[in-house]
Write a protein that binds this ligand. Structure first.
Ligand SMILES: Nc1ncnc2c1ncn2[C@@H]1O[C@H](COP(=O)(O)OP(=O)(O)OP(=O)(O)O)[C@@H](O)[C@H]1O
Length: 741
């Protein structure tokens, strides 16, 4: 028996994309052949050999397919393509082109056949049916030289010129080298040549590229290729592939790989890949960490943390996963606040807190302050500033509150608050604000004597963390390089009050970044969601203003639907009809949500009774393999679905009662609560990828009005337009359908 010849195999990004499009059975065969090759490339079943007239090698995948390899140095190879056996004779198959990119200096592989097929499927001006219009080519406004200077592979040029539709563009970017894809997406979404150069091309420029020096180009490419044992490759070969695991946008990659001397804040609209960046950054830091280093990856809620943990396992080898603790921020908060307290205190729920306040107000004969005011003041003024003593409260700013509080009023409120806390204590209860405060203060105390528990902390959904959370996180991580990395979207803030990170000891000056391309929702869904936020001003977590207009969606689709009904019964009929219309969609990719918990509960039962399998979303990840998800709007935070019904958005239910009841108590607190309600609808709407339907009975919520008015204007402007006679009832933005969709 001869000794085995072990070898290392890297997979070229183009080959990865190609494998991702293969049928599952063939991918499994590729996986097996790769594993054999790495163990022993001389294994007879592989038929490993050099092609006669080329420097390339081939291995057998099955009787019909061969893998094409490029040797780099020693026993390291790069898999560049999987081709049909009959096309692999003595040379590289004719349908595969290789080239050195003159901007990046990388070795590129171009599947010419696939690229030409995409171009051929585009509508052609010379084949247009009389009377129909063929859209102009998408890249007509750019010369070949401009595209090539930005780094688009010259061999792609004839096909790029044929692309006229978004579908064609997205099919093209799926098969071409990543740098060319990134440039074309940016240009097609309206970014100027100069900006594309700055954002996409300049960071990838390699000086002194010699396009004839294949060896150096292959060496460079090995740096960006993935190893065959990468967990993300395994996930893809096993069929659970999401493009982000392997193909980050350059702006995302820069955030993952850069080193910083202190905390970093990344903002970005819905679906811009903030979570993806947080995950990859955690994985990257784990790879670079010392064995004893601890990394915390945290998010707002338990189900989001569970989802993060699951995804992290998909990109990080198991032996490194132990370096990263994934937990929701309140779990950590409780753990620290309750350390040594046995039994752990009980948390008072909203109703219990209201009852305690009512008792306190009644006992004091209080007539000026009511329960909503007292709760709001406690949560958003006292707790938000971590005020612990009366003298601090007396001089504290009441940011955003119109109602002025005299010294005497403040003193009275403090007395009431003291009585409220006493009641809680007597009942053995805490509010969550108290738990957070205790956790932050005790960790800050501990840090005076001991080193920090973590070397790196990465935060997702940063917009919903409170001041106390931030103080806790600051104390949990050793100050220094790459200490804190927070991603969030202030427009999606639905729980906390705005904070200013610098006032909490987290200085992100010069280290604030943005992500702008939205990968999730269609343009139409994003536009509708954005209209919900119309007229509101939103902070950027650090004293500035965040701006929604800079986010761009890359896919186009159909307009959201608006379905008006006249009762809860007809509303249910409309929801059932909508779900049935989506019967081609995997059930777990559909969600139905409503403002209140009791509505979500009732809906789940009613839909099940109507023969639609459902699962209610809770704190743990869903388990049913074939059920649509039913949840409150808030529970959908951070998740994504192909199709969503948002129901119960009638004016008398949404915004929810506890927000509207603040109107009399404090107009500014009311505005802040209304802003959170708007954001809740924005969050729910932006969970949808392809299709979104709003259903209500009676009058629609005021937050949809601007969109519905726009629909009326659109219809008015189309009156008399030839196509309006044949258009469906649902073909204009904001078109309202009555009854079933
Ligand atoms: N580079 C990428 N290539 C392909 N898909 C991507 C890329 N980056 C992100 N995505 C996809 O976009 C979607 C949104 O990503 P992600 O959840 O990270 O966004 P987010 O900014 O955290 O969203 P949100 O704030 O709305 O919860 C996901 O389906 C993800 O797979």
């Amino acid at each position: 028996m001869t000794a085995p010849y072990p070898a290392s195999l890297f997979i070229h990004p183009t080959a990865l994309k190609q494998m991702n499009r293969m049928p599952h059975g063939l991918r499994v065969k590729c996986d097996k052949a790769i594993a054999h090759f790495e163990r022993d490339r001389s294994h007879p079943g592989l038929q490993f050999k050099q092609l006669k007239s080329s420097p390339h090698y081939s291995i057998r995948i099955d009787q019909d397919y061969r893998g094409i390899l490029q040797r780099t140095k020693g026993e390291t190879f790069l898999l560049i393509a999987v081709s049909a056996r009959q096309s692999v004779y003595d040379n590289l198959p004719e349908d595969v082109a290789t080239d050195v990119n003159r901007v990046t200096g990388e070795f590129e592989v171009i599947p010419l056949d696939d690229v030409e097929k995409v171009a051929a499927a585009e509508p052609r001006a010379d084949a247009a049916i009389a009377g129909t219009q063929v859209p102009p080519p998408l890249f007509d406004g750019f010369t070949d030289k401009e595209l090539v200077d930005l780094g688009v592979a010259p061999v792609l040029m004839p096909s790029v010129r044929e692309i006229r539709t978004e579908t064609g563009l997205f099919r093209l970017v799926d098969v071409i080298p990543q740098h060319s894809a990134n440039v074309l997406i940016e240009l097609a979404t309206g970014t100027s040549i100069d900006d594309v150069y700055e954002k996409i091309t300049a960071p990838r420029v390699t000086t002194d590229v010699d396009v004839t020096d294949i060896d150096s180009a292959v060496e460079r490419t090995i740096g960006t290729a993935v190893r065959s044992d990468d967990p993300a490759v395994k996930a893809m070969l096993e069929g659970d592939f999401e493009a982000w695991r392997l193909f980050l946008h350059p702006s995302q990659r820069a955030l993952v790989e850069s080193d910083h001397r202190g905390p970093v804040k990344v903002s970005g609209g819905p679906g811009t890949g903030k979570t993806v960046v947080a995950l990859h950054r955690a994985a990257r830091l784990a790879r670079a960490a010392e064995p004893d280093d601890r990394i915390l990856l945290t998010s707002y809620s338990a189900n989001l943390a569970a989802d993060l943990e699951d995804k992290l396992r998909g990109i990080l080898p198991r032996e490194l996963a132990g370096r990263v603790e994934v937990a929701n921020v309140d779990k950590i908060t409780r753990r620290i606040a309750f350390a040594g307290l046995r039994p752990a205190p009980q948390i008072a729920d909203t109703q219990q807190q209201r009852d305690h306040w009512q008792t306190v107000l009644d006992a004091a004969g209080e007539t000026e302050f009511d329960v909503p005011f007292c709760i709001d003041e406690w949560q958003h003024v006292v707790s938000a500033q971590m005020i612990n003593a009366q003298h601090e409260y007396e001089s504290a700013p009441r940011i955003g509150r119109i109602r002025r509080m005299s010294r005497a009023q403040r003193a009275r409120y403090w007395q009431l608050l003291t009585a409220f806390k006493k009641r809680l204590q007597d009942e053995g209860q805490w509010t969550f604000e108290q738990v957070q405060l205790r956790a932050a203060l005790s960790e800050e105390m501990r840090r005076m004597m001991e080193p920090a528990r973590y070397q790196h902390v990465i935060v997702d959904e940063a917009q919903d963390l409170t001041a106390a959370h931030w103080r806790l996180l600051r104390a949990l991580v050793e100050p220094g390089a790459n200490d804190l990395f927070a991603v969030g979207d202030p427009h999606q803030r639905i729980f906390a009050q705005p904070v200013t990170l610098s006032s909490l000891g987290i200085n992100v000056k010069g280290r604030s970044r943005r992500l702008e391309i939205s990968y999730r929702s269609t343009r139409q869904i994003l536009a509708t969601a954005t209209s919900v936020m119309a007229g509101s001003t939103v902070d950027d977590l650090d004293g500035g203003i965040d701006d929604l207009t800079r986010y761009r969606a890359i896919v186009s689709g159909t307009d959201p639907r608006f379905v008006a009904t006249d009762s809860t019964d007809t509303e249910l009929d409309a929801i059932v009809a909508q779900i049935k219309e989506w019967d081609h969609v995997d059930r777990t990719a559909i969600a139905v949500c409503a403002p209140y918990t009791h509505q979500a509960k009732r809906l789940a039962a009613q839909l099940s009774a109507a023969g639609i399998p459902t699962e209610r979303l809770g704190k743990t990840p869903p388990t049913e393999p074939d059920a649509i998800h039913v949840a409150t709007m808030a529970r959908l935070k951070g998740l994504e679905y192909r199709c969503i019904v948002i129901c119960g958005v009638n004016a008398d239910q949404f915004p929810r009662g506890f927000a509207t009841e603040l109107a009399d108590a404090d107009p500014t607190a009311y505005q802040a609560a209304m802003q959170r309600e708007r954001a809740l609808l924005f969050v729910a709407a932006t969970r949808a990828r392809d299709a979104l339907t709003f259903v209500w009975h009676g009058e629609p919520t005021e937050f949809l009005r601007s969109r519905l008015r726009e629909g009326q204007r659109y219809r008015a402007s189309r009156k008399g337009h030839p196509s309006s006679a044949t258009g469906s009832r649902m073909d204009s933005p904001g078109d309202v359908c009555h009854g079933e969709p």
